[in-house]
Design a protein around this ligand. Structure first.
Ligand SMILES: [Ca+2]
Ligand SMILES: [Ca+2]
Length: 172
């Protein structure tokens, strides 16, 4: 509980955003950041692979994030720039649910199974180096201050991840 309180304090920092706590056994048990009908958990203190990040989200009845619109990307970008350690120039990978489909050039959001339409790739990405870059990360570009997308190996131990929660998560 203390950990959650610390996370809550760290993430929300007096911004007045509500903590989501649903009655019963189904709601996420971690504090969420709310943006319209979308709710997110920003994993800022864990380090792990894409599978480990996904397991954390599922454990809390969420999925790794799927960024479907420019508006959603803009909100996530603004939030990350507020929350993440911008002095960390080397390890800014943030896991999403984006996955290379069947080894080719198509991408899907693993959380929904839907093809990725809106994209915000970093210049030169995705480049599938060594043919093993099957996961979609968010990268903080120090020079421009932007958050862009890159493909990286899924077993990379990333410092950050984002879980997403919405009603659809519970309705299938
Ligand atoms: Ca989404
Ligand atoms: Ca790459």
């Amino acid at each position: 509980m203390l950990v959650y309180i610390l996370i809550f304090t760290f993430i929300l920092g007096g911004r007045g955003a509500p903590t989501f706590s649903k009655d019963g056994n189904y709601g996420p048990m971690v504090p969420l950041v709310v943006n319209g009908s979308n709710m997110y958990y920003f994993g800022l203190i864990h380090t792990g692979t894409a599978v480990q990040a996904e397991a954390f989200c599922r454990k809390h009845n969420m999925d790794l994030i799927s960024i479907e619109t420019p508006e959603e990307h803009a909100f996530i970008e603004e939030s990350l720039l507020n929350y993440m350690d911008l002095n960390d120039r080397h390890d800014t990978c943030v896991w999403t649910s984006g996955r290379r489909y069947d080894g080719g050039n198509k991408w899907i959001w693993g959380a929904t199974g839907n093809p990725i339409h809106y994209t915000n790739w970093r210049a030169g990405q995705p480049d599938n180096q060594q043919k093993v870059e099957n996961c979609l990360e968010l990268t903080h570009l120090v020079d421009s201050g932007q958050i862009k997308w890159s493909d990286v190996p899924c077993d990379y131990k990333a410092r950050y991840f984002i879980c997403e929660y919405n009603n659809n998560t519970l309705d299938f």
